[in-house]
Design a binder for this molecule. Structure first.
Ligand code: LLP
Length: 438
């Protein structure tokens, strides 16, 4: 749950030797603190494991930018030599600003605009993952316009029910993404792409969902896609060279959960892919993956300051303790959106008080503004205390909003005992900047 540079000495949270109190004083709260080396290590671990298990057929690890991206993080990705998955023109712009080679970029999106496609083709991205029949024509037209043969993949829906929250499960039939294998839509799309000389069909892509423990849904998806690759060979006489199996590897948010590590999935996934390809009479394709949450999630924690503590009498005669912090659903929408669970610790002092059942809430004008629904915390928590919430690196800052006109928190990178701002805190001027004045 906690980034690797964190330690707890006598109740004081420190990261790379910097105490939570020092960090709060220097950077304010709420703030996201990201452990740079941990991010780099996790990125490397996926790339290394992919190579170990797929050898010559190991493709790229494309970090899913949607989990969290900024220019500095894009630079880390470039330096680590991995690729990036972007799904909007905005994410593409940040990847390019960080110096990532377009040949390491894969472009997603179920409704890419013509302008987004044009820019992606123009800058020379490696792959555009096509999501609809309309897009086949749009990408082909852009490629012809720029005089290039654009590498593309088809996003497929393999009809897999991933065991995760409905909103982040993406590969069953009733979704907006991709071409269904079962209905025959995928086969139609393959034939259509092959009619365009400006497109190079590099292979298939699927992403079964997010925050997935276990390997069975990845394996089932791979099996179904390999069956389609075989059908393609039989029908069109071509062996598609690449297979991208997406991201979705889960992380630990609360005590008792364990983050999925590359070695927990890739050995069995590679065994299944190799077995199925051999059975289908296909050469092993290049295998790429797109972990987002799993790389960045565990590297970051959010530091909040407690503002108020209130005991509320419930109907059954018990009380509920509400601890209000200075952020909330604007910096972490996941509890309200997906019922996601988080944990927290008192970060800057030792408490010997008994623990009481508490609810950590934000400062927004909504009852659903909950950071942690139920947690045991020391009964003497008081205004001014610091609370640290681990594993907030993925889909925290990237889904942050200005709801209630709260400025979005900064992101501070920690490396070798030094802290530096990589995304600054918004201020009142930022909040007013878009309002047109007469
Ligand atoms: N590749 C594709 C095509 C995706 O759509 C996604 C996530 C990923 C990779 C990365 O998935 P990851 O490894 O991060 O699980 N906002 C939600 C998660 C939505 C994920 C959407 N797609 C959340 O906070 O849980």
């Amino acid at each position: 749950m906690w980034s690797q540079a964190i330690s707890f000495e006598k109740g004081h949270l420190t990261i790379s030797g910097l105490s939570a109190r020092e960090l709060a004083t220097q950077f304010g709260t709420p703030t996201f603190f990201i452990d740079e080396d941990h991010f780099r290590d996790r990125a490397r671990a996926w790339a290394h494991s992919l190579e170990q298990h797929f050898g010559q057929s190991a493709g790229d690890v494309y970090y899913a930018a949607k989990a969290f991206i900024c220019t500095d993080v894009a630079r880390w990705i470039k330096e680590e030599g991995i690729g990036i998955d972007v799904c909007t023109g905005g994410e593409l712009a940040v990847a390019l600003a960080g110096g990532i080679d377009p040949k390491k970029i894969e472009v997603h999106g179920n409704n890419k605009s013509v302008a987004e496609i044009d820019r992606a083709v123009h800058v020379g991205v490696k792959t555009i993952v096509i999501d609809s029949l309309f897009e086949i024509d749009r990408v082909a037209a852009a490629a012809s316009k720029h005089g290039v043969r654009q590498g593309v993949m088809l996003r497929l829906t393999p009809g897999v029910e991933a065991h995760t929250h409905e909103s982040i499960s993406t590969a069953h039939e009733d979704v907006k993404f991709g071409f269904s294998i079962a209905s025959g839509a995928a086969a139609v799309a393959v034939a259509e792409v092959l009619t365009h000389t400006s497109l190079e069909l590099r292979g298939f892509h699927c992403h079964v969902g997010s925050q997935i423990f276990g390997t069975d849904s990845f394996e089932l998806a791979a099996t179904r896609i390999i069956a389609l690759m075989k059908a393609c060979k039989e029908k069109h006489g071509i062996e598609l060279p690449e297979l991208d199996l997406g991201g979705g590897y889960a992380i630990a948010y609360v005590p008792g959960e364990a983050t999925v590590e590359p070695e927990d999935v890739l050995p069995s996934l590679s065994a299944v892919v190799k077995r199925e390809c051999a059975a289908a009479g296909l050469a092993l394709p290049i295998i790429s993956i797109e972990p987002g949450r799993n790389i960045v999630g565990p590297t970051t924690f959010t530091l909040y300051e407690v503002g108020t503590v209130k005991d509320v009498l419930l109907e059954d005669g018990s009380t509920r303790r509400y601890i209000s912090v200075d952020g909330g659903m604007s910096d972490n929408i996941r509890p309200s959106l997906y019922g996601a669970e988080y944990s927290a610790v008192l970060a800057d002092r030792v408490s010997t008080s008994a623990h009481v059942l508490s609810r950590v809430v934000g400062k927004h004008c909504e009852t659903g503004d909950i950071v942690i629904r139920d947690i045991q915390l020391p009964s003497d928590i008081a205004p001014g205390d610091l609370l640290a919430t681990p594993a907030t690196g993925a889909y925290g800052r990237s889904m942050a909003s200005n709801y209630n006109h709260l400025p979005r928190p900064p992101v501070v990178a920690i490396k070798n005992g030094k802290a530096r701002v990589i995304v600054r805190r918004e201020n009142e001027a930022d909040l007013l900047a878009l309002d047109v004045k007469e």
